[in-house]
Structures are given as structure tokens and as C-alpha cells.
Ligand binder design. Structure first.
Ligand code: INI
Length: 161
């Protein structure tokens, strides 16, 4: 069996973070968790570029533009969509999730999805540094892992034991 190498070492990697201003308190907490984790894993803060956008719906457009520059090993997207009384929630959720997926398909740059989709503010706060952890931090780990794995997939894995 041959296993492609996996690593959570962010040393020397450059990242872009796209974060939505809507529900700013939650976004700021997700960004803090994301940034902390990237640095803990060896990234240099000067190699982490942050783009704020108005809402989650705008995340894919900024992510696509950044991914196409070729400057980044991976992107992280952050924000929170909180269910209201109308179907708007569903359209914003679909727009951001499908949009991020399309950016990955079109550019081959890994894009981690750290956008919360919750029924209420309490659920969002719990996942932005509260009882359920910080999904910004988890998205940063996913971005690092994919940034390391994707180039490795282009090579044949070394033979195992
Ligand atoms: N944007 C969010 O990021 N979160 C939300 O909860 C939200 N709600 O509830 O409406 C939201 N709407 C704005 C949307 O993302 C766009 O910015 C807006 O439609 C303009 O294009």
C-alpha cells in the first residue's frame, strides 16, 4: 500500500483568507482562530493576506480572483449565515457553498469552507471560539493539509513497507 504524505506544517506557505463582514463579531472570532492556527503551524503572519467582503454571498467572487493570482497555496473562507424568517438564508448558503466548490474546480487551489450556517446566533457563537471550538481554526487546518497534499498527489507516492 502506498499512502500520499500528509502534513499540517504551514512553514513557508502563503494563504489568503476571505472573510465576510456580516455578523462581524462572529467573523472576527473565526478570523482570530484561523490566524492563530496558521501561525501555530508555522506560517508567517506576513504570508497571510486577508480580504474582507460585505457578506457570505460575496465570498466566492473574491476567492476566485485571489485563487487565480497563483500567489496562494490555499485559501480559507470565513463568515456566518444565520437563519432568519425567509428563504434568503438558503440562497446565501447555496451561493457560498457552491461558489467555493466552483472556485476549487476552476482553479485547483484548495479553499477551506469556514462559513457557519446556523439556526441562531447562539449556535454561531458556540462555533466561533465557544463550547464547540473555533471553526476558523479547523478551516485553517484543512487549508494547510490540502495545501500540502495537492502538490504531492501530482507525484507517485513513495513505496510503503
Ligand atoms: N450574509 C451573511 O454573511 N450572513 C447572513 O446571515 C446574511 N443574511 O442573513 O442575510 C447575509 N446576507 C447578505 C448577503 O451575503 C449579501 O451580502 C447580500 O445579499 C448582498 O449581495
Amino acid at each position: 500500500m502506498n499512502v500520499y504524505p500528509s502534513s499540517l506544517d504551514a512553514t513557508g506557505l502563503r494563504f489568503a483568507v476571505v472573510v465576510s463582514r456580516f455578523n462581524h463579531l462572529i467573523s472576527a472570532a473565526l478570523l482570530e482562530g484561523c490566524h492563530e492556527t496558521l501561525l501555530e503551524r508555522g506560517a508567517d503572519s506576513d504570508d497571510v493576506d486577508v480580504a474582507w467582503v460585505p457578506g457570505a454571498f460575496e465570498i466566492p467572487q473574491a476567492a476566485r480572483t485571489l485563487a487565480k493570482t497563483g500567489r496562494y497555496a490555499a485559501l480559507v473562507t470565513l463568515g456566518s449565515v444565520i437563519r432568519g424568517g425567509t428563504p434568503h438564508f438558503d440562497y446565501v448558503c447555496l451561493g457560498v457553498t457552491h461558489g467555493v466548490r466552483d472556485v476549487m474546480r476552476e482553479t485547483d487551489v484548495p479553499v477551506a469552507l469556514g462559513v457557519l450556517t446556523t439556526d441562531d446566533v447562539g449556535q454561531a457563537l458556540a462555533r466561533a471560539g465557544g463550547a464547540e471550538g473555533n471553526k476558523g481554526s479547523e478551516a485553517a487546518l484543512a487549508a494547510i493539509e490540502m495545501a500540502r497534499l495537492c502538490p504531492a498527489l501530482l507525484q507517485r507516492p513513495r513505496g510503503g513497507a
